[in-house]
Design a binder for this molecule. Structure first.
Ligand code: SME
Length: 162
């Protein structure tokens, strides 16, 4: 089988994510399907999961939601900890090409080499994030980042619906 160029592959995944978000699904179902889609279709997306911000906790904490990949000990992450905490508290995407060199990194699996965390916004506020770990160093380039930010945006829009 011919190998599909990466740009084309990412475009197909983007379309599929859009299709999923347009169907009658709850935000929770959409998040589960996005973890499956990204983990199954992208060789380097070895752990794909959502953390949602629990505002009622004092102080607020990120709580693990749907994920695909190895079990993680980090099921609740305070906002001042980890790459996850950094992305949620700054409201900005964080890309780490080499997790060993980032002192904020909370280890999830010994195999993880790089990570991206993208905040999810609903009604102008960070409500959670999409976190992806890779067994490959510097796995998340510009195109990956754009795809993952798009998926986070779709979830944010779905969360805004009643
Ligand atoms: N590495 C993350 C913790 C979550 S695991 O990757 C699943 C962090 O540094 O916040």
């Amino acid at each position: 089988m011919p190998t599909i160029p990466k740009t084309q592959k990412l475009e197909e995944i983007r379309k599929e994510a859009l299709r999923l978000s347009g169907e009658k699904r709850t935000a929770d179902q959409l998040m589960e399907e996005i973890t499956t889609l990204l983990n199954a279709q992208m060789l380097k997306y070895n752990w794909v999961g959502f953390y949602m911000l629990e505002h009622s906790a004092d102080p607020p904490v990120l709580v693990l939601g749907h994920y695909k990949g190895a079990m993680t000990p980090h099921t609740r992450i305070p906002l001042h900890q980890g790459i996850c905490g950094a992305a949620a508290s700054s409201g900005k995407t964080v890309v780490v090409d080499d997790v060993k060199r980032d002192p904020r990194y909370l280890a999830c699996s010994l195999e993880t080499k790089s990570e991206i965390v993208v905040p999810i916004y609903a009604r102008g506020k960070v409500v959670g994030e999409l976190d992806i770990d890779s067994h490959f160093p510097a796995a998340f380039g510009k195109e990956d980042r754009e795809l993952i930010e798009y998926c986070a945006e779709l979830v944010g829009k779905r969360l805004e619906l009643p």
